[in-house]
Every structure is written in C-alpha cells, then in structure tokens.
Design a protein around this ligand. Structure first.
Ligand code: GCW
Length: 730
C-alpha cells in the first residue's frame, strides 16, 4: 500500500494488452459520460474514483471528490477527465457514491443523504460489503457503510449500464450471500514435470509464477483483481493445493513474493490466501515432526503466522489439502483432521485468519476388485464424525459432488451433515472434466443446481444457505457466517484469460452466484454477454446475443449428452482427463468404476444391496435415491446398477438413451458450429476472437464425435442391443 493509503496509485494506468473480458471500456460508457461525485476516503474509495476518472477520460464526463469530513467537493482527477467544467457547475450530479455519514453532502447529492437517512440506524444491514442504490430526479445514489460496498456498487452500476441513469429506481439493497468468495489457483511455483505450471490449467502459464520465480506482471495481476471484484469475488489463493518445492517456502523466505501479489490485488478488495504443506516444518528441514499436537510444531506455525501478518496485515489464511492424493496430513501422526486444522487455526486466530481445510480425502490406492470400498462415501466417513470439533475459524471445504467435479454428480452429502461446522462448497471452473476449455461448457446451470439443492427437501434450507451460514437448525450455525464458495480458477496467461474466450463466462458466473445464489444462471450469462460484447453497440444486437446464447445456454447439458451417461462419471482418458476412454479408469486404483458388463451398467450405492452411500443423505433424498422408482434419471447410474433394458422415467431404455443422447449431443455441437460460422461475416465480433472460437469448436466437434462413437460402440458391443433407429454405430 502507498503511504497515503490510496492504493498503488496505478489503478488508473492503461490496462494490459490482455483481453478486457467483462470490463471493456464500452461497459463504462454510461458512467464515463456523466457527472459523478465520490464521497469518502480510503483505498477502495480511491479505486472507485480512479475507475470513474478513467471512464470519464474516455467518454467526457466529470468526477468530483468529497473527502470524508471536508466541507465541500474538491475536484480531482487529471484535467482530461475533468475537462468539461460546465457539467457540474449547477452543483448537480448524475451519480453519487457516498460512504458512511451523509450529513455533509452538497445539494446535488440530496438523494444520497435521503437514502442514507431512510436506511435507518442499522442502515438496512448493509454489512461490510453491501450497498444501497436508488434513482430519483435524475440522480443515482450508491451508499455503503464500508468502502468495499462502494466498490461493488460501482460494478453494479457498470452492469446496469444506461439503465442506471434511466427511470427512477426505488431503494434496492444488495449484499453478498456468502461472506467468503474465493478463487483457488492450482498454479505451481516450480513447473511440475507432469502437471506443468498450472495443474489442470488450460489457459497457458500462470499469471503469478514462472519457472520457480514470480512472474512480475503487475498489470496483469491488477487487471485480474479488477475482473474478480467486478464479478463479486473477494479472496484468492495464489498457489496450488498440492504444495511442493519452492511453493512450500512462500510461507517463509519467499513471503515477499506473496506480499507483492497482495499489494496488487488489495485495491480491489481481494485478500490473498496461501496453500500450505501440512508437513512444512519437516519439509523445510526445521523440525523432525509435523505432529499437530507437538509443542514445537505449534510454535513453528505460530511464528510463521506472525511473520505473515507482519508482512501482509490483511492476509486471508491457509488452504490445506491434507492426507489426500499423497499430500501429508495429520493421519501420519495418528491425529485427526480436526487436530490438524485446529492447530493452524490457532496460529491464525489472533489475526483473524481462516483455514480452508479440504474434505477431498479418499483412498487413492484402492483395489478395483474390492467392491465394498466406495470413494463416494469417503469425505462423509472421514469428516462427519468430527462435526463440532473444528475451531470457528476453520472452514471445511467440500467439493460439490462426492466424487470429483464430474459433469453430473449428486450434491455431496457432507454439505448436509455437519451443522456444527463452517462449510464451503468447492466448484471447478477449470474444465478438467468438462472439455478443458476446448469445449464450450457453461457451468452456471450446474452450479446453480448445486446451490439451490435442498438436502432436507423442498422448502427447507439449500446448499447455498449452508455455505452462507444461514441454514439454521438443519444445516448450520448461523453465527458462524458459513464457509462461502470456493472456485478452482480457469485463468492463465492466455490473451483471453481462459483459453476459450467463452469460458470467461464461467468465472464471471461463479462470482455472481457466490454473491447471489438465487440468480438465474441464464440471466447471469446475459449480463456477461452484455458487458463483454456490448451487443447494443453493434449493428445486430439480436444476432450477436442470440448466437452466444445458442452456444452457451445448454452447453453443459450438451456436454453431458455426448460424454458419460446418466451420472456414471469417469469415462475420460486417464491422467490428462481429456476425451473418451470408457474403461480407462475401470481397473485402476482410483475408485472410479462404472461396472458395465453384458447385462447392465452403473454403481449400486443403495443401502439394500450396494455400498450404502444413499444412507448418507437426509430424507427425503436417502429414500428417493435408494429407489429406482424415484431416483432422478440423470443420476440413475450413479446410484444404481441396472439392466440395459431398464426403462427410465423419460420412457426410453437405458441403452436407447445412451444412443440417443450421444447422437443428439454431437448434433448440438454441429449446430453450434453452424451458428458460429454464420455470425462470422456479420462483423459483430473481434475477428481474432471469432477465429479462436472457430478453432475450438472444430476440436469440440471432432472430440464429441469421438465420444459418441466410442461410447455407443462400447455399449453396443457390451449389450448386443441394436439402436432402435438403426443409426451407424461402429
Ligand atoms: O480433480 C482432481 C485433480 C487433481 C487435483 C485434485 C484436488 C490439485 O485431478 O489434479 O489436485 O482433484 O482437487 O486436489
């Protein structure tokens, strides 16, 4: 932070050459053309001011600044941005941002003062990040209790665009549902021999690290923080949850590298968290043990935390992958996950830091011959006995499904089984299992289904309320504030950030859904389209918007159609997880089997005859999943092993469903290709972006055909049942 507390002072600098994603200059036209007053002090208020000033420099508006406690507006910004001296000479503003007390506002900001008074003594419970917005008599007012609220209010106005300056708007209050909205980067510091610079990264290198060293591309990191703030995220980890080599030392002698990133993202309200290696005291050669109950180990972590907060006063906390896929953890010392997490939590507690402790713990050395072990059960079996034993600043981070980010999984039962623990839901924007950013796969609808899922039945609390800490008796301790949402990043140093330009929509959507889980994911997509492509500024808004919706809206279900059927999962090629290999994981140690034979397919997870996993759900789901009569079609093979001629609720047999969906899925992609081709000559899009998407669509079509042919052929050969429509199966 700079000495004057105004941030890095470079927020207003020219953006990098990276694609502007959902913040192109055009998105700021409405703000930049008007007269704005920003009232208040501090780093984030300065960010708001700088953002408005940058827009004004381009579009001719003005921005005034009223520091907290000053008697009158003080003109700020460079002469360009304030060049139009007539525009606010009547003391009126089009837009007012006001922080805290509003008694000193000038006449033109009367609405802001009025809204402030109207909010009442508790100010409508805006909280640390909320804001209120209203419009009347030609003035739009945004009020917040704390600077972060103004920042989110700014981006809300950007989203509204001209609508923020049109008809009157009664007072609206906005505050995030989830307090913690964190992007988890699986970025390696050293290049990993197999996983590369970014584990499961499909967008080039890391924006933070290159070959063991910091990348030192401050503009890129700052732009990234800006994008995150604009979609509502407020935290990030800067390194992979698999911590090895140099990354272990980010905690110690490489701390300055982390601090440098924290300085860059702070002006956008983003706090930095660190993934740590549970055995760091041993790995770094300082202690003979990492036993969480050992006094020296505890003192080691206490010292590490002290150093961290001395260097990064607003450091967020640790993320830990322990006793998982070969990472060290408390089991080695005969201790529990609560022992391990609490030790770290105690070290961070004096500074307000949190521990994100991942529940992704399972036996990754299973024997496929052993039908009694069920990987889906593992997180619940390991963690639910510990409910109530974690410190208040421990967040148990649960993958949204019981397996591993498959295209279709039921919601993890852990999310409904730890009412005395703060829980975060983890989703994956990086498309490890959903087409690796070569395929269009808009995941908003998938995440929305997860967040809206009501584990205790309709009308009862949802997963979103568990993560928000508002589920009450059923699902969580309201006072705890929940654990929020964690998303595995899909970003790299690629020009488009996400490799596939349309994959940007996933990062945007996750932030919006963390802020407001009830949002319709297709409405969120529409916001993203508006901001990113500003269709209204093109010759044919409907064609542009229509094409993008045609590609994206149903793309997750489309991907599901041509890949693993009916929730069975894991038919990807082993290792890199791209493309089909139906039996690729069938005889492996990873616990990911479909059990197809000549008679049927699917995993029997019932209590009656299978692994008993259905019993991990509360009612009504425990029974609904258990019974063939009530199990939803799309999850049938996750819960049941059925004959190929089993009839689905849809009326189709399982085998015919497999054939039909695989043909339909490819046809859907072929139609996407056609739609995209058609839009090319219209000149509605940057040709380079159009070309990038064209290339990726060609690969998506090739790959979808490969999926179709391999899956259909596999099941034809296994079952001997021909396609009812006699289509070509090899
Ligand atoms: O999905 C799996 C990935 C691993 C990843 C792991 C995890 C970071 O294949 O690459 O490791 O999940 O979530 O820890």
């Amino acid at each position: 932070m700079t000495a004057d507390g105004s941030g890095t002072g470079r927020v207003g600098a020219d953006p990098t050459s990276a694609h502007p994603a959902w913040l192109p200059p055009e998105a700021f036209r409405a703000i930049g053309s008007g007269r704005t007053l920003v009232c208040g002090d501090g780093m984030l208020v300065a960010t708001v001011r700088d953002e408005v000033a940058r827009a004004c420099a381009r579009y001719g508006g003005t921005v005034g600044h009223l520091p907290g406690g000053a008697a009158g507006p003080e003109r700020t910004g460079d002469s360009d941005s304030d060049g139009n001296s007539d525009s606010d000479s009547d003391g009126r503003y089009d837009l007012v941002f006001a922080l805290g007390t509003t008694g000193l506002l000038p006449a033109g900001a009367a609405l802001a003062a009025e809204v402030g008074r109207g909010l009442g003594p508790d100010r409508g419970g805006l909280g640390p990040e909320g804001f209120a917005l209203a419009r009347r008599d030609g003035v739009t007012a945004v009020l917040a209790d704390q600077p972060a609220g103004l920042l989110y209010g700014l981006f809300h106005v950007v989203r509204l665009g001209p609508a923020a300056f049109g008809a009157d708007r009664p007072v609206e209050r906005h505050r995030p549902a989830m307090r913690l909205r964190l992007v988890s980067h699986w970025d390696n510091v050293d290049v990993h021999p197999v996983m590369g610079q970014v584990e499961r990264g499909y967008a080039g290198g890391s924006i933070f690290w290159c070959d063991g060293a910091p990348r030192r591309d401050p503009d890129r990191v700052r732009d990234y923080a800006r994008l995150l703030a604009a979609c509502g995220m407020n935290a990030m980890t800067v390194n992979n949850v698999n911590v090895y080599g140099t990354a272990t030392r980010l905690l110690t002698d490489r701390l300055d590298d982390v601090a440098a990133i924290a300085d860059l993202v702070r002006p956008y309200g983003i706090r930095v968290h660190l993934s740590v290696n549970f055995a760091a005291p041993v790995t770094l050669g300082e202690l003979p043990t990492a036993d969480p109950l050992d006094g020296d180990v505890r003192a080691w972590w206490t010292r590490a935390a002290g150093r961290l907060y001395e260097t990064i006063p607003d450091f967020g906390g640790f993320m830990v992958k322990a006793d998982s896929e070969g990472q060290p953890g408390p089991y080695r010392y005969g201790r529990t996950h609560a022992d391990g997490a609490n030790m770290l939590a105690d070290a961070l507690a004096p500074y307000g830091g949190v521990v994100h402790w991942r529940a992704f713990v399972y036996n990754h050395r299973q024997d496929w011959r052993d039908r009694s072990t069920d990987r889906a059960r593992a997180a619940y079996d390991h963690f639910t006995p510990l409910d109530g034993r974690f410190r208040d600043n421990v967040i148990v981070q649960v993958k949204h499904g019981p397996m591993d980010f498959q295209t279709r999984e039921p919601v993890s039962p852990v999310l409904a089984a730890m009412p005395g623990t703060r829980l975060a839901v983890e989703v994956q924007a990086t498309q490890e299992y959903t087409g690796q950013q070569r395929h269009v796969c808009y995941l908003g609808p998938c995440w929305s289904e997860v967040l809206r899922f009501a584990p205790w039945g309709p009308g009862r609390p949802t997963v979103a309320s568990v993560a928000a800490g508002t589920a009450g008796d059923d699902g969580g301790v309201a006072a705890s504030g929940g654990g929020g949402l964690v998303v595995v990043s899909n970003v790299g140093d690629d020009h488009y950030w996400t490799g596939h330009p349309l994959a940007q929509a996933n990062l945007y959507a996750v932030g919006r859904l963390a802020w407001a889980p009830d949002l319709d994911p297709l409405a969120v997509l529409d916001e993203w389209i508006d901001l990113t492509f500003t269709p209204s500024a093109t010759a044919d808004p409907d064609l542009l918007r229509g094409t993008l919706h045609a590609l994206l809206d149903d793309s997750w279900r489309g991907y599901e159609r041509y890949t693993a059927p009916l929730g069975v999962g894991f038919m990807v090629a082993p290792g890199h997880h791209y493309g089909p290999d139906v039996d690729g994981y069938e005889y492996s140690r990873w616990g990911t089997y479909h059990f197809a034979d000549r008679d049927g397919v699917g995993v029997d997870r019932t209590r009656a005859t299978g692994t008993g996993f259905t019993g991990q759900y509360p009612q009504p789901w425990a029974d609904r999943y258990e019974s063939l009569e009530t199990c939803p079609d799309e999850l049938l093979l996750f819960f049941h092993h059925v004959p190929y001629q089993h009839v689905l609720h849809s009326g189709s047999t399982v085998i015919q469903h497999i054939y039909d969906t695989h043909f339909a899925g490819v046809e859907q992609v072929a139609e996407m290709v056609r739609r995209w081709e058609r839009i090319g000559p219209a000149g509605l899009l940057d040709p380079a972006l159009h070309a990038r998407v064209t290339d990726r669509l060609a690969e998506q079509l090739r790959c979808a055909e490969e999926w179709r042919d391999k899956v259909n052929t596999y099941f034809l050969r296994k079952s001997g049942v021909p396609d009812a429509h006699g289509r070509r199966i090899h």
